[in-house]
Each structure stands twice: as C-alpha cells, then as structure tokens.
Design a binder for this molecule. Structure first.
Ligand SMILES: Nc1ncnc2c1ncn2[C@@H]1O[C@H](COP(=O)(O)OP(=O)(O)O)[C@@H](O)[C@H]1O
Ligand SMILES: [Mg+2]
Length: 385
C-alpha cells in the first residue's frame, strides 16, 4: 500500500528547489511539495505534518548538520541528504547521522523517484527502529547500577561510534552528574516536563555531549521537589523520542518498583539485571525475576549481570544460575580502588585505567552488547524477508 506524504525541500538554491518540485509534483503519493531556503522555518512547519519526507541540501552550509538532522529525525526518519560535494567523507558523515539516503547534486529524477517510491510504501508504524533501550536495574540499592550504566554507555559510544544516550531516570536521587562531574543546563525532569510542548530544541539541548565521545548525557535534577509528577505517559513519550535520535539508550534508574519504574522496565528492550554475589542479594534477585516472569517479558530481554565478581567467591556462577534459572550474561570484576578513583575524579573507569581488569571488562562488555544487538537485528531481518 502506498501512503500519501508531504515532501519538504530544504535547499538554499532557488533553481534546485524548483527542479525538485518539477520532478515530484505529479507523483500520486506526494500530496504537497513545500520549498524552503530557511531551514529553521521548514523544520518548524514540519511539526504540523504526519509522516512527511524531507530533502535536505547540505552543499552550502553543513556546519550544523547534526542539529538539523536531529531535529528532523524527531519528526520523521524519511530523510534524503543531497549535496554537490559527494566525497566519501560527506557520505559517511550523512550515514553516521542515521540518514539512510544520500544523493549527489544535481539530483536525477530517476534516483529521486526511486527513493520516494520506497519511502511511500513504508508506513511510520512499520518502521522498525533498530535503536535499543538498555536499562540497568536492580531491586536493591548500592549494587552498582550507576557505575555499570555510565561505563557501559561510554564504552558503547567508543566501540560503535554510534549515537549513545545515557539517561538518568533515578528521578529522586540521580547521581550521573556527580559521577561524571557534569553541570547540565537542563535536567531530565525539565526535559520530560516539556516533551509534549513539541519543543524539540529543549529535548536536544537537554543533552550534554560527553567529551569527544558520541555519548550524550541527560542527567539528574538538583531539584528533588520537581520529580514527583512524572507520569507513565511521559516515560513512553520520552522513549519514543530517544529512539528517534539515538542508536543505543542506556538508562540508570532507582531500585524501586513503582508504576513509573515498571513502565521504564516494560518499555526497555533489554534489562541489565544486576546483582552481586551474596545470599540476600540473590534472594532479592529471585523475587524480582519472578516479577519479570509474571509480566511476560520475552526470554532474551533479561540479561543477568553479576557485579563485583571474584573468581574465588564461595558461591559459584553455576549455583547462581541454578538458583535464579537464568544464565549469566556478563560478569564485572570487583575493583573498588579504580572505581572509587573514577567516582572521586568525576570520570569514567577507562579514563583512570583502561588496562585495569575492570577497564578492559567494560570495553568487552560494550563490544558484546553491540555484537548481540546487531546479530539480533540480522535475525529479525532474515525472518521478515
Ligand atoms: N565492580 C565493582 N567493584 C568494586 N566496587 C564497586 C563495583 N561496582 C560498584 N562498586 C561500588 O559500589 C558502590 C555503589 O555503586 P553504584 O553504582 O552507586 O550503585 P547503585 O547505582 O546500584 O546504587 C559505589 O561506591 C561503587 O564504588
Ligand atoms: Mg545509582
């Protein structure tokens, strides 16, 4: 089935805008062609349309390409980048932004129509976002959730070079900003409260880029009193927006099981369910896994992570797996001094000592997560075609 869409052309060159109009105005699946030299205005108008297609020319000015594409991606993923410069670098940059289509200028009618036809046969609901929400959870405090969320996210950004978000949804007692020594201009509560305003600028600006990584951090609030009023609907809306912009979204959260926490867990693709090796922690983990089972989570959603692992522990991995009825997905070694130094200096473990047992462990952990996600995507793709 073909859907009918509006086509937005953001191009500084009048002549080239008109050419694209002439190529496309008689296509039955394009119901309107809108031309803009002012990109900001185009993006503003875009918000009024459902499932639009956008062509963006980046020949003249691609200094803020990142920001432009991020804003468009919040509304549609049907984006075509066009440019007079079609060096390998430009094309790779476009693909890195998560834009799937690139055409050199001058655009050929045949190429453009081919892409538009393909877009028209995909409805927004069919679009299977490949992005994954990975939530680090434990129903006990002090287990290492924040440590794992932060270091996994940083290493994921390094290993994949994809856009990774680290989001602090420990809404009352978040501490990512302390762990990473950040001073966010907007905090997570502020951003969540404004999601429905369609003010996508706030959404994007809420994130602080972490050093020269492709990691973007949305961190905790310093205003505890603001956090009570967040609803489950706001969590859904937040996740929907995150998935449009980021390839991997790593969530740190509290250990409570209230409706908002359950919503976060329900809507996560993967839960890095973390425990340490001692009897009370494992008992707790058992209860929590029963809860997950009662919610019918798919088998591969729960990844059991053992933190502060020591080879010579009295309780063996086999015992844990037998007790919990769950295979261990990953073990993070115990290394109190390196972690404490990282926390005290407000940096990641890899910045303290990348070659320590725990530094290399997080690198391998991230590589495994990204390999497994890609493998899962390939399997899903194969079963579809
Ligand atoms: N693998 C580890 N080895 C040694 N200490 C750890 C490890 N992981 C976490 N810790 C320590 O445990 C404490 C709690 O960690 P944190 O990440 O804040 O847990 P949570 O977010 O679950 O409350 C921190 O002081 C941290 O240094
Ligand atoms: Mg924590």
């Amino acid at each position: 089935m073909q859907n009918s869409s509006a086509l937005f052309v953001l191009d500084k060159n009048e002549h080239s805008r008109q050419i694209i109009r002439s190529f496309t105005e008689n296509l039955e699946f394009i119901n309107e062609v809108k031309l803009y030299s002012d990109y900001k205005k185009g993006i503003e108008d875009l918000k009024q349309y459902s499932d639009p297609i956008v062509i963006v020319d980046i020949t003249d000015d691609n200094s803020d390409l990142n920001g432009i594409v991020d804003n468009i991606k919040l509304i549609t993923s049907k984006i075509i980048i066009i440019s007079m410069d079609y060096s390998t670098n430009t094309i790779i940059n476009a693909l890195r932004l998560g834009v799937k289509e690139f055409l050199p200028k001058p655009v050929l009618q045949e190429d453009l129509v081919r892409i538009l036809t393909m877009f028209a046969s995909v409805s927004p609901e069919d679009e299977d976002s490949q992005s994954k929400i990975i939530t680090v959870y434990s129903n006990k405090g002090g287990i290492g959730k924040t440590t794992i969320a932060i270091n996994l996210a940083i290493e994921l950004a390094k290993v994949t070079k994809d856009k990774v978000a680290l989001v602090d949804l420990n809404l009352q007692l978040g501490d990512i900003s302390t762990f990473l020594n950040l001073n966010p201009p907007f905090d997570v509560n502020y951003v969540i409260q404004r999601l429905i305003d369609k003010d996508d600028d706030i959404f994007i600006k809420g994130f602080e880029k972490y050093k020269d990584n492709s990691l973007y951090v949305l961190s905790d609030s310093s205003y505890i009193e603001q956090s009570g009023s967040i609803t489950v609907q706001q969590i859904s809306e937040l996740f929907r927006k995150l998935k449009k912009v980021f390839s991997y979204i790593v969530i740190d959260m509290s250990s409570s099981i209230d409706p908002v926490s359950l919503k976060i867990l329900d809507e996560s693709d993967w839960i890095m369910f973390t425990t340490i090796v001692n009897i009370p922690a494992i008992r707790n983990a058992q209860r929590c896994l029963n809860l997950f089972r009662s919610r019918n989570y798919p088998d591969d959603k729960i990844k059991l992570v053992i933190n502060r692992y020591m080879e010579n522990d009295e309780i063996k991995i086999d015992d844990i797996e037998n007790t919990l009825g769950e295979k261990v997905y990953w073990k993070v070694p115990n290394n109190y001094f390196t972690i404490m130094e990282a926390i005290n200096k407000g940096v990641s473990i890899s910045e303290i000592n990348p070659e320590s047992n725990i530094g290399s462990n997080f690198r391998d952990f991230a590589a495994k997560v990204s390999d497994d996600i890609i493998e899962q995507a390939v399997i899903q793709y194969r079963t579809k075609v």
